[in-house]
Design a protein around this ligand. Structure first.
Ligand SMILES: Cc1cc2nc3c(=O)[nH]c(=O)nc-3n(C[C@H](O)[C@H](O)[C@H](O)COP(=O)(O)O)c2cc1C
Length: 190
C-alpha cells in the first residue's frame, strides 16, 4: 500500500480527552489536554503535557498535584469550552461540581465518570510544553459506570479527539479480548 509522508507530527490515534485540574490561587481551574498517557503501571503513573503559559500549569507548579478527569461524550460542549478559554481571563471555577480526595489539593470534577488524583513526581521541560509526570494516588469512578465491579468503557463513554481533522468522537464496538484473541495464531506456530 502506498504511504504518504505526513512530516513530523503527533499523529497518534486516538487521543484521549482529559480535563486537567489544578487549584490556582485557591480556586479550581480546568483545561483540556489530549497529550496524556500512562508511563508506568506500578506505581501507576501518567504524563500530562501542558503549555508553560497555561493557567492550569501555574497551579500544578504551585501545589505539586493535579487531577485528570475523563469527560463523557455528552460533556463535549463544556469540555471544548475549557479548551477555548483560559483561566487567565475567565473564571472556570464554577463550571463543574468540584470535589477533593483525602490528602490532595487537586480539584476533581464530579460530572466526569473517572477521576485520577495525581502527585507530581517529575517535571520534564520541552521547548513548548512541560510534561508533568504524576503518580496516580487515587482513582474514582461513578458507581453507574461499573460492570461486575470493573470500569466499563461503554458506560464511561469517554470523549476521544482526532488530531488534524479536529473531531471529537466516542468509542466504537469491541473487536476482541486482549491477551486472548491472538492465541489462535500461537497455536499455528506449533
Ligand atoms: C481538543 C483540545 C486538546 C487540547 N490539548 C492540549 C494539550 O494536550 N496540552 C495543552 O497545553 N493544551 C491543550 N489544549 C489547549 C488548552 O486546553 C487551552 O489552551 C486552555 O484554554 C488552557 O486553559 P488554562 O489557561 O485555563 O489552563 C487543548 C485544547 C483542545 C480544544
Amino acid at each position: 500500500m502506498k504511504k504518504v509522508d505526513l512530516g513530523a507530527g503527533p499523529f497518534l490515534y486516538p487521543k484521549p480527552v482529559a480535563l486537567v485540574g489544578s487549584d490556582v490561587r485557591g480556586r479550581p481551574n480546568y483545561c483540556v489536554a489530549a497529550c496524556v498517557g500512562i508511563v508506568n503501571m506500578e506505581p501507576p503513573t501518567l504524563s500530562v503535557s501542558l503549555n508553560k503559559t497555561h493557567y492550569t500549569t501555574i497551579g500544578i507548579r504551585e501545589s505539586g498535584t493535579f487531577s485528570v478527569n475523563t469527560p463523557s461524550a455528552d460533556m463535549v460542549e463544556i469540555t471544548d469550552y475549557c479548551g477555548l478559554v483560559s483561566g487567565h481571563k475567565v473564571d472556570k471555577s464554577d463550571m463543574f461540581d468540584t470535589f477533593y480526595g483525602k490528602a490532595s489539593t487537586a480539584p476533581m470534577i464530579r460530572q466526569c465518570p473517572i477521576n485520577l488524583e495525581c502527585r507530581v513526581v517529575q517535571t520534564l521541560d520541552f521547548p513548548g510544553e512541560v510534561a508533568f509526570i504524576g503518580e496516580i494516588v487515587a482513582a474514582y469512578v461513578d458507581e453507574t459506570c461499573l460492570t461486575d465491579g470493573r470500569p466499563d468503557i461503554k458506560k464511561i463513554d469517554p470523549l476521544l479527539f482526532s488530531f488534524r481533522d479536529n473531531h471529537y468522537l466516542r468509542v466504537g464496538e469491541p473487536v476482541g479480548r486482549a491477551w486472548s484473541v491472538g492465541k489462535r495464531l500461537m497455536q499455528k506456530e506449533t
